[in-house]
Design a protein around this ligand. Structure first.
Ligand code: GTP
Ligand code: MG
Ligand code: ZN
Length: 288
């Protein structure tokens, strides 16, 4: 029977299949080739397999992964849902731009959810959202709820898909999931508590079914994706650069030092400033 791993802890796995969710153990084969099974993996399952005196549900086969991440350990992602709050914590567009860039390079489409619209008093934040709308990203606005139409739309997009939520602690990832499926009742935190003490209300990676076979992994705040990006990849794929970096006249250009560089001359300064920041961050991380 085909299934997908939705939870893993200390060699125990929960696998979701058409027939339901089962606790499983992998067969020895995986241990022998040092293959680690991770959340998101598509696997073959045998129920009530007799081993000695015991009847166990066992995982007998791992199917090829279409993508795979090291930190967090997760595979086969269809969508990355990036949650950004407008206030508390304040609009972190650098993180948003960085994540969009990273996942575009990995060929995974981002879905943007902006939260705490109800608490926002700053017009500039709404103007910033408009910039992402203009780039045609899938965007949803959340103010402790989605409008009915918006909720239907997001559930439709996520149907039969495997997605992961990312975003700073306290932006409302678990709150959004609870809204999409009233039965989940995930723990959500007080903002001040989450931010001041650096505590995450969500503590581990686990995929939840929110709607007809749409699985979403809730993740602890600042789920630190290992961002293995090269300067070259960033210079070609930062947010909307892919469309026009080809007009840049210079070879292997980082669009920084060349005065006449097309990208440098035409890019929106809002995105370009975060681009410079990301290039700097990647360069600095390399020194260590
Ligand atoms: N007013 C308002 N409050 C919100 C909204 N979204 C989330 N909150 C509140 O923000 C706080 C943090 O929400 P969580 O859902 O726990 O945030 P999280 O992203 O899951 O945080 P971690 O699990 O720590 O990563 C809670 O008190 C929520 O009630 C919103 O759209 N409007
Ligand atoms: Mg949470
Ligand atoms: Zn250039």
């Amino acid at each position: 029977m085909l299934g997908r791993i939705i939870y893993s802890s200390g060699g125990n796995y929960r696998v979701k299949t058409k027939e339901g969710i089962f606790n499983c153990k992998p067969i020895g084969l995986f241990r022998k080739d040092n293959t680690e099974l991770i959340v998101g993996d598509k696997v073959e399952l045998k129920l009530n397999y007799k081993i000695g005196q015991e009847n166990l549900n066992i995982i007998t086969k791992l199917y090829d992964r279409k993508n795979q991440f090291i930190r967090p350990k997760i595979s086969n992602i269809d969508f990355i849902i990036i949650v950004t709050s407008l206030v508390e914590p304040k609009f972190n567009h650098f993180y948003l731009n960085k994540m969009i860039t990273f996942f575009q390079i990995k060929k995974i489409e981002p879905i943007l959810i902006f939260t705490k619209i109800d608490l926002n008093k700053n017009q500039r934040n709404l103007d910033l959202i408009k910039k992402y709308e203009d780039l045609n990203y899938k965007i949803f606005n959340f103010n402790n709820s989605f409008q009915k139409k918006e909720k239907e739309k997001i559930l439709f997009i996520l149907k039969n898909k495997f997605s992961i939520l990312t975003g700073q602690s306290g932006v409302g990832k678990s709150t959004v999931l609870n809204f999409l499926n009233r039965n989940l009742k995930l723990k959500t935190g007080e903002i001040s508590f989450a931010l001041n003490r650096g505590k995450h209300t969500t503590r581990h990676y686990e995929a939840f079914e929110i709607y007809e076979n749409s699985l979403i992994v809730d993740s602890p705040g600042f789920s630190s994706f290992k961002l293995d990006l090269s300067l070259n990849e960033i210079s070609k794929n930062f947010i909307n650069f892919a469309k026009y970096y080809k007009n840049c006249q210079f070879k292997n250009c980082l669009h920084i030092n060349e005065k006449e560089c097309f990208v440098k001359k035409t890019a929106d300064s809002f995105f370009y400033n975060d681009y410079l920041k990301l290039i700097k961050e990647v360069k600095e991380n390399r020194k260590f």
